[in-house]
Design a protein around this ligand. Structure first.
Ligand code: ZN
Length: 80
């Protein structure tokens, strides 16, 4: 099931574990938490809890860098 993370403090709500200390049974999805549920760590409301992204792949920005060559510099040969 989808895990959710408290942005301010980093607490992760795992639906498989629930929040027994606050009357949330294991297996309770985040969507079914009561509106008055707050983060057990920092007390923030559900508004700051965000879905934890799946996968661990690092996001790498793809930037296309175009190198414009204004002209080749030619070094004239010096004859001695
Ligand atoms: Zn928190």
């Amino acid at each position: 099931m989808q895990k959710y993370e408290c942005v301010p403090c980093g607490y992760v709500y795992d639906p498989a574990e629930g929040d027994p200390d606050h009357g949330i049974d294991p297996g309770t999805p985040f969507e079914d938490l009561p509106d008055d549920w707050v983060c057990p760590w920092c007390g923030a409301n559900k508004g700051v809890i965000q879905a934890k992204s799946l996968g661990s792949s690092e996001a790498r920005p793809q930037v296309d860098v175009e190198r414009i060559i204004g002209g080749l510099q030619t070094r004239p040969k010096t004859t001695g």
